[in-house]
Design a protein around this ligand. Structure first.
Ligand code: TTP
Ligand code: MG
Length: 357
């Protein structure tokens, strides 16, 4: 049996930290803005976290010493890091993205993967979905992102980086080879500076060069990592889009013994799931802000609806109220439901709550 072709979307926010700052302070728009260490008139230590696209015109990049940035562009607006702001904006964006597919994986503070194989018919359909995501993020957050679409995570991630900012790059299965070949090996997820140098010394500069090498020689040189490199160079990546371990969320779901449209039964089941989730939340001494409801209909169509509360809570009452609200607002009338689930996320450890609210 041949494996079903996948369609994976990768979203990466544009100049994330500075974009979040500029949204707060519109007077910064159009100016070169840098977030990072204090430049102290050129004597500062530490590095640039990020620079907006205006500042990048002066050659400023993430990780560059702040003193060098000052030399290149003393007139830029230099801002200190405000992690609370970035985390808050990140959480809001991730909640929007989760709504587009339950096969979701956050990757760092401003990136995420979505597996939309079951959500779209083809790449054209996927392109429309990506445009909706962009419009959604722009409308609700006033921010732009760049999106890559491809047959796996590796290709989608490289694609999202090709046309920044506000880009949309689609690489279909049959175009993967031609897309990757001219790119420098550094674009591959696993290739850091050291590996890049070693490959360079072997005469390998582009992904195409790497793909043409004998895999046995690569394995001899790099061990199992060599095999990984070879597969990546051919655009092969079977890794799944899945939320990573760690207490990022707590959820419970249940499949009905028989698909049902009985509101009574659905509501009762929902309450029992909420109670189970709440037990776990309390046991782990957490509080949450985001509640998500998952509904799968008899035709397997699956939707996730979420709501972020304006406050942090650990009360069953809030969880019940919000999940019932999500259900009544979103459930398709008269449709039979196969499965429902409740998830809470955006955690704060209860003990630390005082300092955060
Ligand atoms: P990136 O997505 O790598 O960069 P970016 O969003 O600023 O710009 P781009 O438009 O090219 O995607 O990283 C996301 C945030 O992570 C970035 O805004 C700041 C932070 N970051 C650092 O603090 N240090 C670093 O070296 C990098 C690369 C990022
Ligand atoms: Mg980014």
């Amino acid at each position: 049996m041949t494996e079903k072709r996948r369609i994976i979307v990768h979203i990466d926010m544009d100049h994330f930290f500075t974009a979040a700052e500029e949204r707060q302070r519109p007077e910064l728009k159009g100016k070169p803005v840098i977030v990072g260490a204090d430049p102290k008139g050129g004597k500062g230590r530490g590095v640039v976290s990020t620079a907006d696209y205006e500042a990048r015109k002066y050659g400023i990049t993430s990780g560059m010493p702040i003193s060098k940035a000052w030399k290149l562009c003393p007139q830029a607006v230099y801002l200190p890091l405000n992690f609370r702001l970035y985390t808050q904006v990140s959480t809001e964006i991730m909640n929007i993205l989760r709504g587009y597919s339950d096969r979701f994986e956050q990757w760092g503070i401003d990136e995420a993967f979505l597996d939309v194989t079951l959500k779209v018919k083809d790449y054209e359909d996927a392109e429309n979905l990506a445009r909706r995501i962009k419009a959604d993020i722009c409308k609700s957050q006033g921010l732009t992102c760049s999106i890559g679409i491809g047959p796996n995570k590796l290709v989608a991630k490289i694609a999202s980086d090709i046309q920044k900012p506000d880009g949309l790059t689609i690489v279909k299965d049959e175009d993967v080879g031609g897309f990757l070949a001219p790119l420098p090996v550094r674009k591959l997820l696993w290739v850091g500076r050291k590996t890049e140098q070693k490959l360079q010394s072997m005469g390998i500069g582009t992904i195409g060069d790497l793909a043409r090498r004998d895999p046995a020689v690569l394995t001899e040189t790099f061990g199992t990592f060599g095999t990984q490199l070879y597969l990546s160079a051919h655009g092969i990546d079977k890794s799944q889009v899945e939320e990573r371990e760690g207490v990022k969320s707590i959820s419970r779901e249940t499949t009905f013994q028989e698909d049902t449209a009985d509101p009574q039964l659905i509501m009762q089941t929902l309450r029992s799931l909420a109670e189970q989730v709440q037990n776990d939340v309390q046991e782990q001494r957490l509080s949450f802000r985001t509640v998500a409801l998952k509904i799968r209909y008899e035709n397997f169509e699956t939707h996730t609806h979420s709501k972020t509360l304006p406050f942090i809570t650990n009360r069953l009452h809030d969880l019940n109220k919000t999940s019932v609200e999500l259900l009544t607002k979103n459930i398709k009338p008269q449709s039979k439901v196969r499965l429902i689930g409740v998830r809470v996320s955006s955690f704060v450890e209860t003990d630390k709550q005082k300092t955060l609210v």
